[in-house]
Design a binder for this molecule. Structure first.
Ligand code: ATP
Length: 234
Protein backbone atom coordinates (compact mmCIF):
# COMPACT_ATOMS: atom_id res chain seq x y z
CA UNK A 1 0.00 0.00 0.00
CA UNK A 2 2.88 2.39 0.84
CA UNK A 3 6.10 1.78 -1.05
CA UNK A 4 9.36 3.65 -1.43
CA UNK A 5 11.43 2.57 -4.37
CA UNK A 6 15.09 3.63 -4.45
CA UNK A 7 14.53 7.03 -2.85
CA UNK A 8 17.57 9.28 -2.71
CA UNK A 9 17.30 12.79 -1.34
CA UNK A 10 18.85 15.32 1.04
CA UNK A 11 19.04 18.97 2.01
CA UNK A 12 20.85 21.74 0.11
CA UNK A 13 22.41 19.22 -2.29
CA UNK A 14 23.86 17.21 0.63
CA UNK A 15 22.58 13.63 0.33
CA UNK A 16 20.90 12.20 3.44
CA UNK A 17 18.96 9.18 2.08
CA UNK A 18 20.55 6.78 -0.39
CA UNK A 19 18.34 4.45 -2.45
CA UNK A 20 15.89 3.78 0.37
CA UNK A 21 13.28 1.13 -0.45
CA UNK A 22 10.65 0.05 2.01
CA UNK A 23 7.10 -1.16 2.09
CA UNK A 24 4.11 -1.08 4.44
CA UNK A 25 1.23 -3.44 3.57
CA UNK A 26 -2.42 -2.65 4.36
CA UNK A 27 -3.01 -2.83 8.11
CA UNK A 28 0.64 -3.58 8.87
CA UNK A 29 2.67 -2.06 11.73
CA UNK A 30 6.25 -1.45 10.59
CA UNK A 31 9.06 0.12 12.61
CA UNK A 32 11.95 2.18 11.26
CA UNK A 33 14.82 2.35 13.73
CA UNK A 34 18.32 3.75 13.69
CA UNK A 35 20.72 6.07 15.47
CA UNK A 36 20.27 9.85 15.77
CA UNK A 37 20.86 11.52 12.44
CA UNK A 38 20.51 8.27 10.44
CA UNK A 39 17.72 9.82 8.35
CA UNK A 40 14.52 8.46 9.93
CA UNK A 41 12.73 11.82 10.11
CA UNK A 42 13.84 12.56 6.54
CA UNK A 43 12.20 9.32 5.35
CA UNK A 44 8.88 10.41 6.89
CA UNK A 45 9.17 13.99 5.59
CA UNK A 46 9.88 12.68 2.10
CA UNK A 47 6.83 10.39 2.18
CA UNK A 48 4.60 13.31 3.22
CA UNK A 49 5.87 15.57 0.48
CA UNK A 50 7.81 18.00 2.70
CA UNK A 51 11.11 16.89 1.12
CA UNK A 52 11.27 15.98 -2.57
CA UNK A 53 13.07 12.83 -3.73
CA UNK A 54 15.97 13.44 -6.12
CA UNK A 55 15.66 9.90 -7.40
CA UNK A 56 13.23 7.03 -6.95
CA UNK A 57 9.48 6.97 -6.44
CA UNK A 58 6.86 6.75 -3.69
CA UNK A 59 3.56 4.93 -4.12
CA UNK A 60 0.37 4.90 -2.08
CA UNK A 61 -2.34 2.39 -3.04
CA UNK A 62 -0.81 2.02 -6.49
CA UNK A 63 -0.72 5.77 -7.22
CA UNK A 64 2.53 7.69 -7.42
CA UNK A 65 2.58 10.41 -4.72
CA UNK A 66 6.10 11.86 -4.88
CA UNK A 67 5.93 15.33 -6.38
CA UNK A 68 2.43 15.93 -5.01
CA UNK A 69 1.77 18.71 -2.48
CA UNK A 70 1.63 17.65 1.20
CA UNK A 71 -2.13 18.39 1.50
CA UNK A 72 -2.82 16.20 -1.55
CA UNK A 73 -0.86 13.38 0.07
CA UNK A 74 -2.98 13.73 3.24
CA UNK A 75 -6.10 13.67 1.07
CA UNK A 76 -4.79 10.46 -0.51
CA UNK A 77 -4.87 8.80 2.93
CA UNK A 78 -1.52 9.46 4.56
CA UNK A 79 -1.32 10.97 8.06
CA UNK A 80 1.92 12.28 9.59
CA UNK A 81 2.42 12.97 13.28
CA UNK A 82 5.70 14.86 13.41
CA UNK A 83 8.21 14.82 16.23
CA UNK A 84 7.61 17.64 18.70
CA UNK A 85 3.79 17.56 18.49
CA UNK A 86 3.27 20.97 16.78
CA UNK A 87 0.00 21.71 18.57
CA UNK A 88 -1.69 25.11 18.72
CA UNK A 89 -1.13 25.88 22.44
CA UNK A 90 -3.60 28.80 22.61
CA UNK A 91 -6.45 26.80 21.13
CA UNK A 92 -8.58 24.27 22.95
CA UNK A 93 -8.19 20.51 22.73
CA UNK A 94 -11.38 20.32 20.65
CA UNK A 95 -10.20 23.06 18.26
CA UNK A 96 -6.86 21.32 17.78
CA UNK A 97 -8.70 18.10 16.93
CA UNK A 98 -11.02 19.84 14.48
CA UNK A 99 -8.03 21.40 12.72
CA UNK A 100 -6.79 17.87 12.02
CA UNK A 101 -9.84 17.29 9.81
CA UNK A 102 -9.01 19.76 7.07
CA UNK A 103 -9.30 17.69 3.93
CA UNK A 104 -12.64 17.08 2.21
CA UNK A 105 -12.49 13.37 3.03
CA UNK A 106 -11.71 14.08 6.70
CA UNK A 107 -14.44 16.71 7.01
CA UNK A 108 -16.98 14.14 5.88
CA UNK A 109 -15.80 11.72 8.59
CA UNK A 110 -15.28 14.34 11.32
CA UNK A 111 -18.00 13.21 13.71
CA UNK A 112 -16.93 9.55 13.52
CA UNK A 113 -13.23 10.37 13.92
CA UNK A 114 -13.89 12.67 16.88
CA UNK A 115 -15.82 9.84 18.57
CA UNK A 116 -12.92 7.46 17.83
CA UNK A 117 -10.35 9.93 19.20
CA UNK A 118 -12.36 10.49 22.39
CA UNK A 119 -12.94 6.75 22.83
CA UNK A 120 -9.23 6.12 22.49
CA UNK A 121 -8.23 9.03 24.73
CA UNK A 122 -11.00 9.67 27.30
CA UNK A 123 -8.82 12.33 28.96
CA UNK A 124 -9.14 14.47 25.82
CA UNK A 125 -12.92 14.40 26.07
CA UNK A 126 -12.67 15.48 29.72
CA UNK A 127 -10.34 18.30 28.71
CA UNK A 128 -11.91 19.24 25.39
CA UNK A 129 -12.41 22.91 26.44
CA UNK A 130 -8.94 23.25 27.97
CA UNK A 131 -6.14 25.10 26.13
CA UNK A 132 -3.73 22.61 24.56
CA UNK A 133 -0.71 24.45 25.96
CA UNK A 134 -1.86 23.71 29.52
CA UNK A 135 -1.92 19.90 29.06
CA UNK A 136 0.87 17.72 30.48
CA UNK A 137 3.55 16.41 28.09
CA UNK A 138 1.90 13.01 27.88
CA UNK A 139 -1.54 14.49 27.23
CA UNK A 140 -0.09 16.74 24.52
CA UNK A 141 1.39 13.70 22.79
CA UNK A 142 -2.02 11.96 23.01
CA UNK A 143 -3.60 15.07 21.46
CA UNK A 144 -1.04 15.12 18.65
CA UNK A 145 -1.81 11.48 17.87
CA UNK A 146 -5.58 12.05 18.11
CA UNK A 147 -5.28 15.03 15.76
CA UNK A 148 -3.47 12.77 13.28
CA UNK A 149 -6.40 10.35 13.43
CA UNK A 150 -8.78 13.19 12.52
CA UNK A 151 -7.41 13.17 8.96
CA UNK A 152 -8.87 9.65 8.45
CA UNK A 153 -5.52 8.12 7.48
CA UNK A 154 -5.15 4.66 5.99
CA UNK A 155 -1.43 4.88 6.74
CA UNK A 156 -0.09 6.82 9.72
CA UNK A 157 3.52 7.99 10.02
CA UNK A 158 4.56 8.43 13.66
CA UNK A 159 7.84 10.18 14.46
CA UNK A 160 9.24 9.28 17.90
CA UNK A 161 5.93 9.44 19.78
CA UNK A 162 7.52 8.31 23.07
CA UNK A 163 10.31 10.91 23.06
CA UNK A 164 10.75 12.71 26.38
CA UNK A 165 7.94 10.89 28.17
CA UNK A 166 8.12 9.14 31.56
CA UNK A 167 8.32 5.30 31.36
CA UNK A 168 4.68 4.83 32.42
CA UNK A 169 3.55 7.09 29.56
CA UNK A 170 5.90 5.43 27.08
CA UNK A 171 4.09 2.17 27.81
CA UNK A 172 0.73 3.90 27.26
CA UNK A 173 1.87 5.41 23.94
CA UNK A 174 2.89 1.99 22.65
CA UNK A 175 -0.51 0.61 23.69
CA UNK A 176 -2.14 3.45 21.76
CA UNK A 177 -0.07 2.71 18.65
CA UNK A 178 -1.19 -0.94 18.87
CA UNK A 179 -4.82 0.17 19.30
CA UNK A 180 -4.63 2.44 16.25
CA UNK A 181 -3.21 -0.44 14.23
CA UNK A 182 -6.00 -2.69 15.53
CA UNK A 183 -8.45 -0.22 13.92
CA UNK A 184 -7.00 -1.34 10.58
CA UNK A 185 -4.75 1.70 10.11
CA UNK A 186 -1.29 0.81 8.80
CA UNK A 187 1.52 2.42 10.82
CA UNK A 188 5.12 3.33 10.01
CA UNK A 189 6.68 3.99 13.41
CA UNK A 190 10.00 5.80 13.89
CA UNK A 191 11.36 5.22 17.38
CA UNK A 192 14.51 5.77 19.38
CA UNK A 193 13.07 3.24 21.83
CA UNK A 194 14.36 0.34 19.73
CA UNK A 195 13.54 -2.46 22.15
CA UNK A 196 9.90 -1.42 22.46
CA UNK A 197 9.47 -0.67 18.76
CA UNK A 198 10.93 -3.98 17.57
CA UNK A 199 8.86 -5.91 20.09
CA UNK A 200 5.66 -4.24 18.85
CA UNK A 201 6.25 -4.23 15.09
CA UNK A 202 5.61 -7.23 12.91
CA UNK A 203 8.36 -6.04 10.56
CA UNK A 204 11.11 -3.48 10.90
CA UNK A 205 13.81 -1.71 8.93
CA UNK A 206 17.14 -0.52 10.32
CA UNK A 207 18.62 2.61 8.78
CA UNK A 208 22.24 3.72 9.07
CA UNK A 209 23.68 6.79 7.37
CA UNK A 210 20.67 7.06 5.10
CA UNK A 211 20.80 3.44 3.93
CA UNK A 212 18.57 0.52 4.94
CA UNK A 213 21.04 -2.01 6.38
CA UNK A 214 18.70 -4.65 7.78
CA UNK A 215 15.06 -5.64 7.63
CA UNK A 216 12.92 -8.45 8.93
CA UNK A 217 10.60 -9.52 11.67
CA UNK A 218 10.95 -7.16 14.67
CA UNK A 219 11.58 -9.87 17.24
CA UNK A 220 14.10 -11.64 14.98
CA UNK A 221 16.03 -8.38 14.53
CA UNK A 222 16.16 -8.00 18.31
CA UNK A 223 18.00 -11.33 18.48
CA UNK A 224 20.75 -10.24 16.05
CA UNK A 225 23.98 -9.66 17.98
CA UNK A 226 25.19 -6.70 15.92
CA UNK A 227 21.90 -4.84 16.23
CA UNK A 228 21.59 -5.57 19.93
CA UNK A 229 25.08 -4.21 20.56
CA UNK A 230 24.59 -1.16 18.34
CA UNK A 231 21.18 -0.07 19.63
CA UNK A 232 20.61 -1.75 22.97
CA UNK A 233 24.18 -1.84 24.30
CA UNK A 234 24.37 -5.50 25.33
P1 ATP B 1 16.95 12.09 14.96
O1 ATP B 1 16.62 10.85 15.68
O2 ATP B 1 18.10 12.83 15.56
O3 ATP B 1 15.77 12.96 14.61
P2 ATP B 1 16.92 11.06 12.26
O4 ATP B 1 17.36 9.67 12.04
O5 ATP B 1 15.48 11.36 12.28
O6 ATP B 1 17.59 11.58 13.58
P3 ATP B 1 17.13 13.14 10.29
O7 ATP B 1 16.48 14.14 11.18
O8 ATP B 1 16.38 12.61 9.15
O9 ATP B 1 17.66 11.91 11.16
O10 ATP B 1 18.51 13.75 9.80
C1 ATP B 1 19.39 13.08 8.90
C2 ATP B 1 20.52 14.02 8.50
O11 ATP B 1 19.97 15.12 7.77
C3 ATP B 1 21.29 14.61 9.67
O12 ATP B 1 22.65 14.62 9.33
C4 ATP B 1 20.75 16.01 9.78
O13 ATP B 1 21.74 16.87 10.27
C5 ATP B 1 20.37 16.35 8.36
N1 ATP B 1 19.24 17.29 8.30
C6 ATP B 1 18.00 17.08 8.83
N2 ATP B 1 17.17 18.12 8.58
C7 ATP B 1 17.90 19.02 7.86
C8 ATP B 1 17.61 20.31 7.30
N3 ATP B 1 16.39 20.86 7.40
N4 ATP B 1 18.61 20.94 6.65
C9 ATP B 1 19.84 20.38 6.53
N5 ATP B 1 20.17 19.16 7.02
C10 ATP B 1 19.23 18.50 7.69
Amino acid sequence: MLRLDGVTTGYHRVPVLRAVSLEVSPGELVALVGANGAGKTTVLRTISGLVRPWEGSIWLDGARIDGRAPHEIVEAGLGHIPEGRRLFPDMTVRENLELGAYTARAKAAKRRNLALAYAMFPVLRERSAQLAGTLSGGEQQMLAIARGLMSSPRVLLLDEPSLGLAPRLVQRIFEVVAAINAEGIAVLLVEQNVQHALALARRAYVIENGTIVAQGEGRALLQQDGLRRAYLGY
